[in-house]
Unconditional design. Structure first.
Length: 483
């Protein structure tokens, strides 16, 4: 017996603006993310553009990341940015404390900024608040953003960039609550005081920058202390979540719902703390998230994710669109080779994961306003969550003459007949593109790089504002409606 679902979309009832920064990315000096992924060097036999691996560059362009976080991650807590400027031949090759590897410093600030401009993404830089100093962080802001005739801006000009980079988003430290972190803090109060010291100097250089402070996903007291003490110095509080796998299929589907609930709960705590202590509004930056399989071990953190993981990714991106007024920033961890969307070989081979194709369906195809969306359909029971969760979820957004509807069928083995009923938007045409495999475990590998790829429907049935679709088991969908 076929299962049925109904999706209601009302374009006249706006759920709020959609912040595209929820489709952000994250690259770190870890494994082969930077070296061998983003950067191969100008003398590499692998096709490159001024040292940037060309196939990766083009693949990242296609998912239109609105921002990219760099250089870490744990790496940022021991990174001294001046090691990565000036002529590459003169940069120091150093033992790297965070991941206990060797950092050649071939890829530094200038390379990151140039890569961002080639891709079309905004830079999000995390300063070293572990072993670094406020003075070092302020000097980095000066190097990037100052127009004046000063020492650090003159170094940027020496490096070939007369105009400032105008980096607006800066993170102060990474996971400073963790004892694995170089220079970790004992509690939120210590982290807040350290944050104030850094921001005080950084904003003396550029008052317009926005600051992401270190929050945590499971310690309200830490977050309350950060807001109470440092709230007027930051604009966002970071939250990181990894879903450790393998899990039962239904539990992975439920994990997406739990992420939404947890982010909403953290935001409400932050909001209440801001009111109590007279602090300006602070929102969340969900700037590391992904699935993490047990085979993805240091130092390379390699995994090839499946259609099941793509469905989880689609569900999270649906929920992030719905709550972007609370969580306007999110960064997938990571873009290349480390828990990746994109995997590269030591040669010219490149593999795009099913998760990558979810970003290709979502990130370039959203409107400015989220429309009210409701879903009724089959449920799945998660033993881990001890509850039934929706098998089908959806979100819609509008922008002028276009509406974009994203739908996910999270059922492991059952197709769903879906009716999409649209009000407040008289469309003349509809296009349907979707991602599905023959099984939830299907994945792309170097041996089979095209096993799971998006497909277009030849014809979409629609009448009187209603669209009829068959959603294959474990599938992700994009509908593009045009007036």
């Amino acid at each position: 017996m076929r299962r049925h679902a109904t999706v209601w979309v009302d374009a006249s009832s706006k759920a709020g603006p959609l912040d595209r920064r929820v489709f952000g990315q994250f690259i770190e000096h870890l494994g082969r993310c930077i070296y061998g992924g983003i950067w191969v060097g100008e003398n590499s036999p692998i096709p490159n553009l001024r040292g940037y691996r060309f196939d990766v560059l083009e693949a990242v362009k296609r998912i239109s990341p609105p921002l990219t976080r760099w250089p870490g991650g744990n790496f940022s807590s021991a990174y001294h940015w001046m090691d990565g400027i000036g002529p590459r031949l003169h940069r120091p090759r150093k033992f790297e404390l965070a991941w206990e590897g060797v950092e050649p410093n071939e890829f530094g600030t200038v390379e990151f900024i140039e890569w961002c401009r080639l891709v079309g993404t905004e830079p999000f830089i995390v300063v070293n608040a572990g072993s670094g100093t406020p003075e070092e962080a302020a000097a980095w802001v000066e190097y990037c953003n100052s127009r004046g005739d000063t020492y650090y801006s003159s170094l940027r000009k020496r490096d070939g960039w007369s105009e400032p980079f105008n980096v607006k988003l800066w993170g102060v430290g990474n996971e400073l609550y963790g004892r694995w972190q170089v220079g970790f803090c004992i509690d939120g109060a210590e982290c807040a005081r350290r944050t104030i010291e850094f921001v005080n100097l950084m904003r003396r250089v550029d008052k317009s920058i926005e600051i992401v402070g270190c929050g945590i996903d499971n310690d309200p007291e830490w977050n309350i202390d950060m807001i109470k003490i440092a709230g007027n110095y930051i604009d966002y509080l970071s939250v990181h979540t990894y879903v450790f796998c393998p899990k039962k299929h239904e539990d992975l589907i439920a994990a997406a719902l739990q992420i939404e609930r947890n982010l909403t709960s953290i935001y409400k705590t932050v909001e209440a703390t801001c009111r109590k202590f007279g602090v300006k509004r602070i929102r969340l930056a969900f700037d590391e998230w992904n699935v993490w399989y047990k085979e993805a071990v240091p130092p390379m953190h390699v995994q090839f994710t499946s259609m099941r993981d793509a469905v989880f990714t689609g569900l999270v991106l649906i929920k992030l669109q719905k709550i972007s007024r609370m969580v306007p920033i999110a960064c997938f961890a990571q873009t290349v080779n480390v828990l990746p969307l994109i995997s590269t070989g030591d040669d010219e081979r490149m593999v795009l994961s099913p998760q990558y194709y979810v970003y290709e369906l979502f990130a370039p195809n959203v409107g400015r306003q989220v429309a009210w969306t409701g879903v009724v359909g089959p449920t799945l029971y998660s033993e881990e969550a001890e509850e039934n969760v929706q098998a089908v979820d959806a979100v819609a957004s509008c922008d002028g003459n276009k509406m974009y509807v994203h739908i996910v069928n999270g059922s492991q083995d059952e197709a769903v007949d879906c009716s999409i009923r649209v009000a407040g938007f008289d469309f003349k045409s509809v296009k349907h593109r979707y991602l599905a495999g023959s099984t939830p475990d299907d994945r792309n590998t170097f041996e089979e790089p095209g096993k799971v790829v998006p497909r277009d429907s030849e014809k979409v049935e629609s009448r009187n504002g209603e669209i009829i679709l068959s959603l294959p088991a474990c599938s992700v969908h994009l509908l593009t409606l045009t007036r």
